[in-house]
Design a protein around this ligand. Sequence first.
Ligand code: ADP
Ligand code: ADP
Ligand code: ZN
Length: 211
Amino acid sequence: MNYILLGPPGAGKGTQAKKIVEKFKIVHLSTGDMFREAKKSDPSIAALMEAGKLIPDEIVVNMVKNRLKKDDVKNGFLLDGFPRTLKQAKELDKSLKTENIKIDGVFSIIIDNEEAVKRISGRRVCKCGASFHIKFVPPKDADKCDYCGGQLTQRADDKEEVVRERLSVYDKQTKPLIDYYKNSGLLIDIDGLQNEKIVFEQISKFIENGR
Ligand code: ADP
Ligand code: ADP
Ligand code: ZN
């Protein structure tokens, strides 16, 4: 059971990923989370992320390739935020072939830019990977994570100017992947404008039906 989540910043990838991996007992592989960890000890990664730019393909691809060699992915995984460029998608295909791993589907979560900006500007995150929104997905206790009680914070790259840059990077570099996966027959369109529960039901239905 191996899936990919594709969608612009703010589409709800992280939110859905958390629910999917819990329900289907697969591993969550978020390159964004990996780089937020890496940036603590690597200023060049921090600088790219805080400017809303992508990390160079070679670094990202090597990191994911190594991750896919670990035993825990054998029972299934969900890639979130990777691949993000055509180069990354092609490199992923190559290494999946070598490892004899198949992708069952690519969920393309669709929202418009206006909604993305609204969602990201109110996003609050926890160290455990959970995302909340001050209006749309408020935590039960203000500023505290529902899952682990951790303190919620705003991401450094969620400032409006950086968000615009990330959306433009998405349009130029990541959007072409929609056609790439459509052509390989893996694409599954998901209406991301619905509330998180309905989005989750749509995705779950496909996974349960073995898609
Ligand atoms: P979002 O949840 O807003 O889509 P992510 O958490 O996935 O964003 O990624 C945050 C940042 O981490 C990106 O803006 C980029 O700098 C870096 N990053 C994450 N994944 C990749 C990737 N596959 N390729 C290049 N850079 C990445
Ligand atoms: P991504 O990982 O794709 O960047 P997130 O999962 O972090 O997106 O969600 C972005 C923001 O939108 C968060 O503040 C989250 O709480 C909120 N959100 C997620 N899904 C929905 C939804 N279906 N409707 C409204 N807000 C949502
Ligand atoms: Zn938490």
